[in-house]
Design a protein around this ligand. Sequence first.
Ligand code: GSH
Length: 204
Amino acid sequence: MKYYYNPASSNCRKVDAVLAHTGLDPERCLVDLGQGEQHRPDFLALNPNGMVPAIVDGAVKLWESNAIMAYLCSQAKSDLWPVSEARYDILRWMFWELAHFGPAANAVVFERMIKPSIRMGDPDQAKIADALERFARFGRVLDEQLADRAWVTGDTLTIADYAIAADLMYAEPAGLDLAPLSHVVRWRSRLSDLPAWKATEPKR
Ligand SMILES: N[C@@H](CCC(=O)N[C@@H](CS)C(=O)NCC(=O)O)C(=O)O
């Protein structure tokens, strides 16, 4: 199996966590986003969106981080993606993550961290304000869900936890205020105790 990744990508961190958790060890192919390698024809043939992560496993070509997480767990027969009705609740939170929570967090990271780092101009304060409002709104939903559960869908860690937590990879440097989300803060600290999550911390 080949895994196309970039270490700074929060979506790749989801995949990295599943790899660390399951012990799967694909061949890693770095895609240098700064050099625009995601737009090269050979990579676009793999993922026409020009984005990481992506994997190739024999005849299987897959992009979209959350789909890749599920595929890897199926290959490894991991309980992170149980073969039971629990899957639908896990899927619900993973769709929610890609539709709502992730875009809000990522928009702030993009404006405050990525734009300045690639000289794309000043952060757009209106976009930041809008994203922070959405982050607060959806953050409250997550916080309520975690009020009486150890993990997002119940007593067991699943790929939904890794998927959602990856959106907070740059929470501190991007100035996302987690203080009002006390259950999220506790859940995040529970995650930091997991070897697979620790092993995929960004190297600063
Ligand atoms: N929905 C996609 C998003 C992937 C994505 O946004 N990847 C970013 C890195 S985190 C990327 O490759 N960006 C390069 C670009 O947009 O040129 C997923 O979950 O895999």
